[in-house]
Structure formats: structure tokens, C-alpha cells
Design a protein around this ligand. Structure first.
Ligand code: FAD
Length: 376
């Protein structure tokens, strides 16, 4: 929990940006289910779209922990904008830094640092939790690979210019056929399909991707052919720490509002925060949040230290997403009727919290990972 001065300044500057530039847009972005391009450009200018990209490639060259702090700070104001930043850093840039050839890193990283949004496409209609049952085919031909199939639920699909796409080169080989590819938005045979209309994180785009005889050069294989499962597992192990941070940030955002509101709202002649029952509810929520934040920071610090962190990453996402649901639900309750209407900010945090238990591995899948680690 102790931040270095550099970490604290970074977190505070991202929060100040969010408070000033994002907060006024939150309701409109939620209603219109979109993030304006000028805001995305401002995120690039701020440096939060390339936190961990090495300086040599135009990024900030900072730690994974810094990326986690950025996601948390943005989520306090808007978890949709935060997940755009989260996917860019913890999934897309992270995977390319780790597995990209010199050619791929030189081609992709400066673009990701300089204005191109990234997306990470693993899930399909028939394969979510069982991600390695994916059906999308990649045919190996004389002039590169040809992709055919569909992806579903792809965050940033609407805005992205660069996609990491998982497909199998050999369905009979099971997970050993899975290969990761970099696909450009302009690739022939690739189109972005329907955008989902969602319960929460509505401004974050979630899209179907369609591939029909989509040609991808051999040089765009990320990692090795048949080793895409490793890219997927290992990136998601890290990515879920970012989702933990999103949940901590949004729970903090809701709690900030609830504390302020309960001090102002008067019933029975006094502020409702004067009632001990309300104080205890707030105290429990603050404790939940503190525990969640500790778990997220610990997982991120372990990852940066090169220590094992898979169990802690799964635990932090499991716990923080459940804590976020509890804290945001309490915030709605403490606002009373005002908590149920869109003129006040807490109902949106409550809707946004739900996704934490679903994406980057549902809570049951986190439990499965934790159980495997605990049982050995
Ligand atoms: C808003 C949003 C954004 C997303 N963004 C992306 C993205 O950017 N990229 C991407 O690739 N995917 C993305 N996803 C997909 C997401 O990761 C999947 O929805 C998620 O992994 C669950 O898969 P599923 O929806 O197929 O549910 P299913 O796998 O069908 O699960 C349904 C239920 O069954 C339970 N279940 C399944 N298997 C087991 C088991 N073995 N044991 C116990 N319970 C089990 C699950 O816990 C869940 O409760 C996104 C989804 C959403 C909604």
C-alpha cells in the first residue's frame, strides 16, 4: 500500500485528469454507449495508453504496477474508460512486449503508444470459459495465414486499429493448435460487426469480429505457431490484476459518493451519517475495499518482482469484483430512491461492477485456478 513518490504523483495526476476531463462526460458516454475520439486522444497525450511500453518504442517504460494505478484512478470516475486503457496496457501491449519478434515490436509498439487502440480477441460464441475450444481457423498457405471465423465480446472492437486474434492451425491438435496473430483493422477479409448493448460499462465497446479469408502475413504470428495458448493464459493471468484494479477503483468511486451524500442527507433531523447503523455499513464497505486494494497491489507487485502471482491474481479479481458489487450496492441503498435514478452517479457504478465477475475469467474460473494452486 505504500506508494513511492513517483507512483503517488502518477496516480494523482491520472485521477485529476479523470476528475476534470472525464467526469463531465460520464453520463452522456453511458447513455450514448460511446467514448469520444477526442477523449481517447487525450488519454494518449496523458501517456496512460502506453504505460509499460518501453521508452525506445515511444511508451513511458513504467511498471505494470503503474498501469494498475492508472486503471484504478480512472475507474474511480469511469470504469468504461478505464477498461479501454486496461486492455491496451495489460493485454495488448503486454503480450507484444513479451512475445513479439523484433519486427513486430518495432511495427506495433510505436503505434500503440502513438494513437492506435488495441483489442484482444479470444472469446467466441461457443467458447468462453472453455477458451481453448475455439473454432476459428488459421490455414497455413504459401503466402501467410488465412483466418476464417468469428470472435464475440471483443472490448475496444469499435475503436481498435490493431487486434491480437487467437485461431487454431490444427483443430485436431486441441490447445496445441492455437496460435496468436496480429491483425490490422484494414486487413482484407476482416470486419468489425455488431456492437453489444450492455447493462454496464456501456461506453466501452464490445463487438463481434468477422474473418472471411482474412490474409495475415507470417511475420504477424505473435510468439510461436501452436503456442498461442501460452500467450493467452499468461496474458490473462496478468490482465485480471487490471480488472481487480478496475473493481477497486469503481468501488472507491461509489464509496466516495456515499460518504459525501450520507453527510449531507438529513432524515429525522440529522445527517444520515450520524446514525450508527449507517456508519457501520460504511465502515464495513471501507474495510472490504481496503482488503481488495491490498490484494490487487500485492498481485501487481509480485508480478513486477518476477515472483509467482497466478494465485494472487485470481484471488484479487475474485475478491475485488465481489467487494465491488457489495460496496456499489450499499451506495445505492444509502442514496435511497435517489440511488435508483440516473440523475445520481451510484446506479451506474452498481451496473458497471457486475462485469468484474464475468470477463477475463468468471468467478467460478478464478475459483478453479485458486483451487488448483491450493491443492497443488
Ligand atoms: C463486456 C464484455 C467484454 C468482454 N471483453 C472480451 C475481450 O476483450 N476479449 C475476449 O476474448 N473476451 C471478452 N469477453 C468475453 C468474456 O471473457 C466471456 O464472456 C467470459 O470468459 C465467460 O464466457 P461465456 O460468456 O462464454 O460464459 P460461459 O463460459 O458459458 O459460462 C457461463 C457460466 O458457466 C460457468 N462455468 C463455465 N464453465 C465452468 C466450469 N468448468 N466450472 C464451473 N462453472 C463453469 C461460468 O462461471 C458462468 O457462470 C467479454 C465479455 C463481456 C460481457
Amino acid at each position: 500500500m505504500t506508494l513511492s513518490e513517483d507512483e503517488r504523483l502518477f496516480r494523482d495526476s491520472v485521477f485529476e485528469f479523470a476528475d476534470r476531463e472525464i467526469r463531465p462526460l460520464v453520463r452522456e458516454m453511458d447513455e450514448q454507449a460511446t467514448i469520444p475520439r477526442r477523449l481517447i486522444d487525450a488519454l494518449f497525450d496523458l501517456g496512460v495508453m502506453a504505460v509499460t511500453i518501453p521508452e525506445a518504442h515511444g511508451g513511458a517504460g513504467a511498471t505494470f504496477f503503474h498501469a494498475v494505478l492508472a486503471v484504478e484512478a480512472l475507474s474511480r470516475v469511469d470504469p468504461s474508460v478505464a477498461v479501454l486503457v486496461d486492455v491496451q496496457n495489460t493485454l495488448v501491449a503486454n503480450a507484444i512486449v513479451r512475445w513479439g519478434s523484433d519486427d513486430l515490436t518495432a511495427r506495433c509498439l510505436p503505434r500503440l503508444a502513438g494513437g492506435t487502440v488495441g483489442a484482444y480477441a479470444l472469446s467466441e460464441a461457443g467458447s468462453g470459459s472453455d477458451a481453448f475450444a475455439l473454432a476459428m481457423r488459421a490455414r497455413d498457405t504459401a503466402d501467410g495465414f488465412v483466418l476464417d471465423g468469428r470472435k464475440l465480446w471483443i472490448t475496444n472492437g469499435n475503436e481498435a486499429g490493431l487486434f491480437i486474434v487467437f485461431a487454431t492451425v490444427n483443430p485436431d491438435a486441441g490447445y496445441r493448435g492455437i496460435t496468436a496473430f496480429i491483425v490490422e483493422r484494414e486487413a482484407p477479409g476482416f470486419t468489425v460487426g455488431k456492437k453489444e448493448d450492455k447493462l454496464g460499462i456501456r461506453a466501452s465497446s464490445t463487438c463481434e469480429l468477422l474473418f472471411e479469408d482474412c490474409r495475415v502475413p507470417r511475420a504477424n504470428v505473435l510468439g510461436e505457431v501452436g503456442k498461442g495458448y501460452k500467450v493467452a493464459i499468461e496474458t490473462l493471468n496478468e490482465g485480471r490484476i487490471g480488472i481487480g484494479a478496475q473493481m477497486v477503483g469503481l468501488a472507491q468511486g461509489a464509496l466516495d459518493h456515499a460518504i459525501q451524500y450520507t453527510k449531507e442527507r438529513k432524515q429525522f433531523g440529522r445527517a444520515i451519517a450520524d446514525f450508527q447503523a449507517v456508519q457501520f455499513q460504511l465502515a464495513r464497505a471501507a474495510t472490504d475495499l481496503e482488503a481488495a486494494r491490498l490484494m490487487v497491489y500485492n498481485a501487481a507487485r509480485l508480478r513486477d518482482a518476477g515472483e509467482p502471482f497466478v494465485k494472487q491474481a485470481a484471488m484479487c479479481k475474485l475478491f475485488s469484483s465481489e467487494a465491488a458489487e457489495r460496496v456499489t450496492s450499499l451506495a445505492v441503498n444509502l442514496y435511497g430512491g435517489y440511488g435508483f435514478v440516473k440523475d445520481y452517479p451510484v446506479e451506474k457504478f452498481y451496473r458497471d461492477a457486475k462485469i468484474g465477475q464475468i470477463y477475463e475469467g468468471t468467478s467460478n474460473l478464478q475459483l478453479q485456478t485458486i483451487a488448483k494452486q491450493v491443492l497443488g
